[in-house]
Each structure stands twice: as structure tokens, then as C-alpha cells.
Design a protein around this ligand. Structure first.
Ligand code: DGJ
Length: 800
């Protein structure tokens, strides 16, 4: 709800409140964001309590004006700060005016509560949207009268998911061109600063590592300058108290609906106030704003919960599912896919692909995806990007013939493309060397042997749209994996004058979003998946067009568990694509149990990426059973509410857990259907700890009053797991790894442990289920839980 009462702007969601007022000086002062406050109680309005007292400016600071010598902008919480008038903290907006000055002063002019066209206004950038009819909008209009600039601060309230979004628009009403040096999307000031700033950093193959930094003073920056939202530093960040845990305590989450260079800085001022800004990275950015023109910053998203990190994640998940993801696939169950990449890499041809598809069909795969290697002379990664015509040596009948054959098997067909790129060795580059980002006449640096097409150029956008339309309509294509495999360097466009080169990366994204918008609108039935060497562009900008993103090129189950756990702080699992791959794993050479690979991938948008044609019969049978099970539970897994329990980093904030053997050694997840009637849990162990037999599973998100049937996935145990201990049971001596050992292993399967209890939700959540004892060197029976290194188990919960 939006109310303006007693001079205070109140923006409230179901559980949170965001409050600001206009100071005597005209500056919008931020008052409080967090738990919803009862400001309108008849006994008193509370406004006096939450407004900061400004009787004098602290020593050494700048007095704002002669009329207001008591006001120092450096020590006031503000809705936005432009710098130059005494606020020396991180600015929201920095402009160089035509006279060379960099001082701006934006003061309150008016506000409006738009509805209709302006409320859901579309612009070139992706933006959240509302189909529930519950969203409300506020525009606060500020003016810098000295320089005839208007700044609009736009707020959207999504009450049901406790999310508020912000973006800004700068309008040049003067007769002179101004230069925007930096313009953020969100500024969030705190009178009492939260201490912990959490970022999700990494690199290729190890995305989304949660890092907690305690900021007592000074500034901590999370930013990307790769030209992408990046695996180095995801734009999603959190602020919390030192005492916040997964389930208790204050937590703020902030994200940006943008895929380019971003910047999130958390600064604690000399006076102990906190300021978080989030927006386009000012480094390398600059925008010439001509008279009459305006610039709009991307939309930033904020959520608050008093119920810890999980509480905040629930808000973000609900928001992304309802207000970011759109189109036909928004609520549609995603098919189980088989991708050819790790099965064959570039070495594909029709026969090999069809064999793979057939093997997939046998085990229950629904969608077959042909990854890289199908076009031009694409035998490796040195050539052909840009030439989107079929390689007829590999696919003699063309795309249609292959797709028809795959369709005839009863599978849907998907294809890989990388439209934003070109190899120097390509027809496209021969014809259009001017279409790439590079500095004319200067040596150029490449990434994965490729160059980036200049998407700031409309001609290039048109080429991408046209060539992709041809590919997507050449056959019955149900899914597209849109890849992007290098970061930016030598950033320069021949399409822009020298004084506008700072606009290039942002213009690139405006161009990319246009391509994505046109293509998704033209092919609404296609399920698009974003990808950028895995998670190098996992952000809400991409998710506004493509409902899911390949989370990482690292398919090792142990790494993936951490990576997916990292994504889960800000993104719902229905957006996180995850595959089971071969072992030893191709990125780490680690061997993990097939069951664990399945269990981890099952919590994302699920598929396989391995050569099923080479799989052992036993593994194929296991895969078939996995897929059948997944299909029974995928509604819950894809669209349920996901909760984190204990995690490998042991930094769930639960410091008591450091006394337990399992601290940092288990990952615990629960995913619960919206109506709380069904849930799936997982416990994954990193390493076996000797003689540590006790373990438990603690569910989350259940109905505390309802009774549930809790049971585990029943498995058979391979006798070979026990090595030569087999002789403690065998009447004849069996040499380890001998033929006899193999034969025994094939025919003798041991029963795994069985967990089966009926208990109320409160028992399962607050006490947890004490599981069967783990193997501890004292013998094995079905009363013993066999978890090897990287062992895991799925648990199911059904309301009675
Ligand atoms: C990088 C992606 O992340 C992989 O999954 C695969 O599609 C390759 N590109 C293909 O070149």
C-alpha cells in the first residue's frame, strides 16, 4: 500500500515497510526500511520516533545552506544523493554539467501515484511486471532548478511477496547537453547500519560462492566489469546482522534487473550510517544526455525478511516466479532433457545424435538437445560462429531431417546457438569486419577465439534476429540454449562517435534485449535457456526473457551442490538448470555416486548430459528409475518453495553447529509444494567421518499442525562398495575386483536402509528425524545407513 500521511511516504507490503519524508530543505530523507511499522496507531503516530533530529550539523561537515545551517547532507539518510553539496558518501547520481561543474542538488517537486499506462510502462530495459493486479506505483519527482534537470524516482510495491523495486529517470530539460558519469538504480540508507554484506562471487566453474564481509566502516564493493553480470560477482547481494541465521534475524536482499556491468557498494559512513547503492557500474560508463532526452536506469529489487536468509529468499523466489519470468513457460513443467555437449562435444553427426536420442528415449528423456558443433565448419571452437547454416557433412539431410527423426522417436528437439558472437574464421566476419567490437587499426584480444558482435548497431541486431528466426523456424524446435562465451575487451564501436564510447556496453544490452524480446515474442512456444559459459550471465535481465539459465559448466555434484545452494539465496530453483553428467567428472575428475548426481540435479531444472550409449546396463536402469521418480515429483521440485538447511560452508550463521561432527560436512535442502502437502528433502554428505554414526534430517516449510509420512528413497547397495570386507560374509574367498567379485556384485544386492515415520510437521521441522546410524566399521545390515564420501539421500514427505 502507498500512503502519504503527516508528510511521511509509507510504502508497505504484507510484512515490510519503507518510509521517507521530505525535509525542510526539499531533500527526500529516508526514514526506515524493514518490518512494517504501526505508524497510524490512534495513541500516537510514531513519526516523531522515526524521524532523525537535525538541530546542528556535526563538526567538520558542510552546512547545507545559510537558511539551514543545521543540515549536513553527509549525516542524513537520503533517498538519493547527487554529491557536491556536502554528502561525501557513495553517490546515487553523478553528472557533469555543461559548465563543467559536477555539483547537483535535486529537491522535491511533486509526486504521483500512476496507474494504467504509466504504471506498467514498457521501456527498452527488461522490467518486472504485474499480472496479479496487486502492484502499486509511486513516482517521486525531484528537480535541480540550477541546471534544469528532473530526476524521477520510481517505486513499485509487490505486497504479496514483500518486494519493492526502484529505478530512476533523469530528464534533461535544459538547453545544454549534460554528461551522466554515474547513475544508480537504488540507494538504501540505514541510520543503524547492518554489519554483514554478503556477496556471491566466483569464476567459470565455481559460481556463486557466498562470502560474508563485516563492514564496520569504509566501503565494500561488489561489481562486474566483464561486460556481463558475471560469474565473478553476481548482482544479487544481502545485508544482515551478525546474528542472522538461515531462519532467524533481519535480512535484506537486493538484486538488479540487468545483464551488463553492475555495481553494488556498501559503505558505512564516518557517522555510522550505512548506504547501499546498486546499479550500472560507473567504471567505463558515461552517457551524453541531450536537451529534451532522458535516461532510465535498470530496475533494482529489494526484499526484507525478519526470518533470516531463508525468509528473504522466499520473497525473492516468489517475486522472480511471478513478476520476472513470463510467457508460456512461466508455470509450465519443464521437460527432462538430454544434452549432447558432454556426451560428444563438437564430434557430432546425425547418426551419433540419433543413437543418443534413442538411448534417451529408452530411459524416459523428453527433450533432446543438440549443443554446439552443428553449423558452418564448427569442428572446434576456432571457427564458424556467426554462420548459422547447417553443416551438411554432419547433418546431410539438414536440420529438418534430423529434427523430424528425433520427433518421430517421441522426443522434443532443442538446439544450441551463440548469436552474439563471431569467429574471425567465418563468412560473417569476412563480410562484416566492421560489425565487431574492436578498436580500428589496433591489435585485438580474443576470448575462446571469438569476437563480440556490436549489438549497439541496429543492423547487427537485425542480422541476429533474422538469422535466428531462420534457424528456429527451419524445423520443429521446442527449446533453444542461448550461449555467450566470452567477456568484453577492446570495448569500442565504430557505430558510435568517440564521445559516446562510454555508452557502448549499455547500448549493447539495449540491443540484446531487443533481440531477445523480438525472438521470444515470435516463438512463444519455445523454451529458452540462457547460458554464458555456465553462470557468467545469471541475472534477472536474462530471466525476464528466458525462464531458465544453465547455472554452471561445472557438473560435478559436489561443486554443483554448493553452486546451486549459492543461487538459491536470490533465485528460485525453477530458473536453475542442472544436469547429471559422467564420472570421473569432466571438470574435476572427481567420482561421485550416480545417485548423488541425480539428487543434486533434481533440485534444479533437470536433465542429463552424458553419453547414454556408453552407459552400463545397471546405470541405465538406475537412470530410468531416476527419471520416473523425478517425473512424479517435478512439480514440487520445480515450483515448490525451496529452503536451505545446513550447508558445506558451515556459515549458516548457526554457530552452535560447530560442535557437531556434521558441521560444514552436510548440505540439507527441502522443497515444499505451495499447498504444503508434498515435499522432497535431500541430505548430502561431503566426506565420511569415522565413527560418527549419528545424523538427522530437519525439514523446513511444512505445515506444523499436519501429519506427514516421511520416507526415504529405497536403494540397493553394491557389495563392491565394501571391498574385500565381502569376505567377512562370503563362504568362499573372493579376491577383490576379480571376476567372481563382479559376478557376486551383479547378482547380490544388499538392501539399503529404510526410513519410514509418521510425524507432524512441527516434529519434522523443529526436532528433525533421527536417521538410521551410519556405517561405522562395525558391520552392515539394512539398519545401517550407507553414505560413502559424497553420499546423499532423497527424503519424501506426504501430508496424510
Ligand atoms: C559453454 C556452455 O556453457 C556449455 O554448456 C556448452 O554449450 C559450450 N559452451 C558449447 O560451446
Amino acid at each position: 500500500m502507498i500512503q502519504v500521511k503527516d508528510g511521511i511516504f509509507e510504502l508497505t507490503t504484507e510484512h515490510t515497510g519503507y518510509y521517507f519524508r521530505i525535509l525542510k530543505t526539499g531533500h527526500p530523507e529516508h526514514l526506515y526500511y524493514g518490518r512494517k511499522l504501526r505508524l497510524s496507531h490512534p495513541a500516537g503516530c510514531g513519526a516523531d520516533a522515526i524521524t532523525e533530529k537535525h538541530a546542528f550539523a556535526p563538526g567538520g561537515t558542510i552546512a547545507y545552506s545559510q537558511e539551514h545551517p543545521e543540515m549536513s547532507l553527509e549525516d542524513i539518510c537520503l533517498e538519493m544523493s547527487a554529491g557536491g553539496k556536502g554528502d561525501v558518501r557513495e553517490p546515487f547520481l553523478e553528472v557533469t554539467h555543461a559548465d563543467g561543474s559536477t555539483t547537483s542538488d535535486f529537491l522535491y517537486d511533486s509526486y504521483r501515484i500512476p496507474s494504467g499506462a504509466e504504471a506498467g510502462e514498457e521501456y527498452d530495459l527488461p522490467r518486472s511486471y504485474d499480472a496479479t493486479g496487486q502492484a502499486e506505483y509511486l513516482v517521486l519527482v525531484l528537480k535541480d532548478k540550477q541546471y534544469e534537470l528532473t530526476l524521477e524516482l520510481h517505486y513499485t510495491i509487490y505486497p504479496e511477496c514483500d518486494v519493492i523495486t526502484r529505478y530512476a529517470r533523469l530528464i534533461n530539460e535544459s538547453r545544454e547537453t549534460v554528461h551522466i558519469d554515474s547513475m544508480q538504480s537504488l540507494q538504501l540508507d540505514f541510520a543503524t547500519a547492518p554489519l554483514v554484506f554478503t556477496t556471491f562471487t566466483g569464476s567459470w566453474g565455481r559460481e556463486m560462492k557466498r562470502t560474508d564481509t563485516i563492514v564496520y566502516d569504509g566501503k565494500h564493493v561488489n561489481a562486474s566489469y566483464t561486460g556481463t553480470s558475471s560469474s565473478r560477482a553476481n548482482p544479487f547481494v544481502m545485508l544482515s546482522d551478525k546474528s542472522t541465521t538461515e531462519d532467524y534475524g533481519n535480512c535484506y536482499g537486493v538484486n538488479l534487473i540487468y545483464s551488463g556491468n553492475h555495481y553494488e557498494a556498501y559503505e558505512v559512513s564516518a557517522y555510522g550510517k550505512g548506504r547501499l547503492v546498486s546499479g550500472i557500474n560507473p567504471r567505463g560508463f558515461g552517457w551524453k544526455l541531450e536537451p529534451g532526452a532522458y535516461f532510465t536506469s535498470p530496475e533494482a529489487v529489494m526484499a526484507f525478511s525478519k526470518d533470516g536468509f531463508n525468509g528473504m529468499s522466499q520473497c525473492m523466489h516468489a517475486f522472480v516466479r511471478e513478476h520476472i519470468v513470463r510467457g508460456e513457460w512461466k508455470k509450465k513443467v519443464r521437460p527432462v532433457l538430454l544434452n549432447s555437449w558432454e556426451a560428444a562435444y563438437f564430434d557430432i553427426n546425425e547418426k551419433r545424435l540419433l543413437n543418443l536420442a534413442r538411448a534417451g528415449k529408452e530411459v524416459g528423456i523428453e527433450l533432446f538437445v543438440m549443443d554446439d558443433g552443428w553449423f558452418g565448419n564448427r569442428d572446434d571452437d576456432t571457427q564458424s560462429l556467426g554462420d548459422w547454416t547447417v553443416n551438411t557433412k554432419k547433418l546431410p539431410g539438414g536440420l529438418k531431417s534430423l529434427v523430424d527423426k528425433v520427433r518421430a522417436l517421441g522426443l522434443a528437439f532443442g538446439i544450441w546457438v551463440e548469436p552474439e558472437m563471431v569467429n574471425e574464421k567465418s563468412k560473417l566476419y569476412e563480410e562484416h569486419p566492421e560489425w565487431v567490437l574492436r578498436i580500428p587499426e589496433k591489435p585485438h584480444s580474443q576470448g575462446r577465439n571469438q569476437m563480440i558482435l556490436d549489438l549497439s548497431n541496429r543492423e547487427v541486431q537485425d542480422y541476429i534476429i533474422d538469422s535466428m528466426k531462420k534457424v528456429f523456424s527451419a524445423a520443429d524446435i521446442s527449446y533453444v540454449k542461448w550461449d555467450m562465451n566470452r567477456i568484453f575487451s577492446d570495448v569500442y564501436s565504430r557505430n558510435l562517435p568517440s564521445d559516446r564510447q562510454g555508452e557502448l556496453v549499455h547500448r549493447y544490452y539495449l540491443g540484446l534485449y531487443r533481440c531477445m524480446r523480438e525472438l521470444t515474442e515470435s516463438f512463444p512456444q519455445i523454451l529458452f535457456e540462457g547460458c554464458s559459459s555456465g553462470g557468467n550471465r545469471f541475472d534477472l535481465g536474462i530471466l525476464s526473457y528466458f525462464p531458465q539459465i544453465w547455472a554452471s559448466d561445472d557438473t560435478d555434484a559436489l561443486c554443483r551442490a554448493e553452486i546451486q545452494n549459492g543461487y538459491s539465496y536470490g533465485y528460485p530453483m525453477s530458473c536453475v538448470s542442472a544436469h547429471v553428467s559422467a564420472c570421473p567428472n569432466h571438470q574435476t575428475l572427481r567420482v561421485t555416486p550416480l545417485e548423488t548426481r541425480f539428487n543434486v540435479a533434481a533440485f534444479g531444472v533437470f536433465g542429463y548430459e552424458c553419453n547414454l550409449c556408453d552407459c552400463k546396463r545397471e546405470d541405465l536402469a538406475a537412470i530410468k528409475a531416476q527419471i520416473a521418480l523425478y517425473k512424479e515429483w517435478r512439480e514440487v521440485l520445480q515450483f515448490g518453495n525451496f529452503y536451505r538447511g545446513r550447508s558445506f560452508s558451515g556459515n549458516s550463521g548457526d554457530f552452535h553447529s560447530c560442535l557437531r561432527n556434521s558441521d560444514g560436512n552436510v548440505m540439507e535442502w527441502t522443497c515444499v509444494s505451495e499447498d504444503q502437502s508434498r515435499a522432497v528433502g535431500m541430505l548430502l554428505q561431503r566426506q565420511v567421518v569415522p565413527n560418527a554414526q549419528f545424523e538427522y534430517f530437519q525439514a523446513k516449510g511444512l505445515d506444523p499442525d499436519a501429519a506427514y509420512h516421511f520416507y526415504n528413497r529405497l536403494l540397493k547397495v553394491n557389495v563392491k562398495d565394501f571391498g574385500d570386507l565381502v569376505n567377512t560374509l562370503s563362504p568362499v574367498h573372493i579376491r577383490q575386483d576379480s571376476l567372481l567379485h563382479e559376478l557376486v556384485a551383479r547378482f547380490v544386492k544388499l538392501d539399503g536402509e529404510c526410513e519410514d515415520v509418521i510425524a507432524c510437521g512441527d516434529v519434522l521441522m523443529y526436532a528433525g528425524v533421527k536417521l538410521k546410524q551410519a556405517f561405522a566399521g562395525t558391520g552392515y545390515s539394512e539398519e545401517v545407513r550407507h553414505f560413502q564420501d559424497f553420499g546423499s539421500r532423497l527424503y519424501f514427505l506426504e501430508k496424510l
